[in-house]
Design a protein around this ligand. Structure first.
Ligand SMILES: Cc1cc2nc3c(=O)[nH]c(=O)nc-3n(C[C@H](O)[C@H](O)[C@H](O)COP(=O)(O)OP(=O)(O)OC[C@H]3O[C@@H](n4cnc5c(N)ncnc54)[C@H](O)[C@@H]3O)c2cc1C
Ligand code: SF4
Length: 298
């Protein structure tokens, strides 16, 4: 709006909707997080810090303290991409209905290294989304006519191959009311790590959330590894997950998972530097998750 790229006729303040506030622990061990919950509230919530550590850590690392005090989780998931061509009035790119993606032949240092061959190479801008996808989050929505639906976060974001003009499946008359975190196995542990050019006030160059269900024998039973700032949507590293499941977690298996995750990467002319960063962060996230293991109910 400040750059004159969009000029909505009407702005509606939803900040007064008390139904969209608060973090609720459910009897089954899950959580319901109102869409107006701020990133600061997520970061400081003791039960999330203990039982959904990846989300509290991601929220704590996003933006700056001032922004985290204002930014709501719903608005964060729906923020527009940061691509500088998208935000420049001089570039009528594919995402704005034009013919060209200027990132392909231009400065693409912050762009995607996965799913970047379909006419648009944005990275998804939400830091919490990386952790939320790893934690199997679902998005609760309500339409203007009162109809409600719940969409798995896997299905909520839209890849350019499906539609390069939109980032989510949210309808024009639809509001996000809450994010649900399902119950997880008791032996689940999680961590979120990122690397940015600046320690604060900045989006990550690369981010990783790891959620592992561990056996008492140190063998990983189930893994979800999600990469942020890697693709137009928060990106499941399914090859890493397959490599971890059934393996004892150690330096060797963590590195093998990282190598498997990066094998299908297709970096652009200016962002190949992200590949070794992701490789290091995947190993770090796996070790951090296992080290944090507590025997609290998930
Ligand atoms: C310097 C700087 C650094 C930043 N760094 C990061 C970072 O590292 N990581 C990160 O994730 N973000 C970062 N951000 C972005 C910031 O976190 C987002 O701008 C903020 O989260 C948006 O939340 P909001 O509540 O202000 O949403 P708004 O800006 O008010 O809304 C965003 C969009 O979502 C719509 N919307 C909002 N709530 C709902 C709802 N409940 N249902 C339907 N539609 C809705 C609005 O209409 C609007 O289109 C940064 C921002 C700045 C300025
Ligand atoms: S990456 Fe997407 S948003 Fe950026 S210039 Fe290309 S089409 Fe536009």
């Amino acid at each position: 709006m400040k750059d004159g790229l969009v000029s909505p006729r009407r702005l509606i303040d939803i900040g007064c909707l008390s139904e969209l506030q608060g973090i609720h622990e459910e009897a089954d061990g899950g959580f319901t997080i109102g869409a107006l919950t701020t990133l600061a509230q997520l970061a400081a919530h003791p039960a999330l810090q203990r039982r959904r550590a990846a989300l509290a850590q991601a929220a704590a690392l996003a933006a700056s303290p001032q922004i985290r005090n204002r930014a709501t989780l719903g608005g964060n998931l729906l923020q527009r991409p940061r691509c500088w061509y998208l935000r420049s009035a001089a570039h009528h790119c594919v995402r704005k209905g034009g013919e060209h993606c200027f990132a392909y032949g231009g400065d693409n240092r912050y762009h995607a290294i996965f799913a970047n061959q379909d006419g648009c190479a944005i990275v998804h801008p939400s830091t919490p989304a990386t952790a939320l996808l790893a934690l199997q989050a679902q998005v609760e929505c309500v339409r203007g006519n009162g109809d409600r639906r719940v969409v798995a976060l896997d299905e909520f974001f839209v890849l350019p191959s499906r539609d390069p003009h939109r980032e989510t499946v949210l309808g024009a008359d639809e509001l996000v009311t809450a994010i649900r975190l399902p119950t997880l196995a008791r032996s689940t542990c999680s961590a979120y790590v990122q690397l940015s050019e600046k320690a604060s006030f900045d989006w990550p160059l690369a981010a990783v959330a790891a959620v592992l269900v561990m056996g008492d024998d140190g063998v990983c039973r189930q893994a979800r590894v999600v990469l942020g700032a890697a693709a137009p949507v928060a990106w499941r590293a399914s090859q890493a997950e397959a490599a971890l499941e059934g393996s004892r977690i150690n330096e060797e298996s963590a590195k093998a998972a990282a190598d498997a995750a990066l094998a299908p990467a297709t970096p652009l002319s200016g962002n190949g530097y992200k590949v070794p960063i992701f490789r290091a962060l995947i190993v770090r996230a796996i070790h951090q998750a296992v080290a944090s293991r507590v025997r609290a109910p998930a």
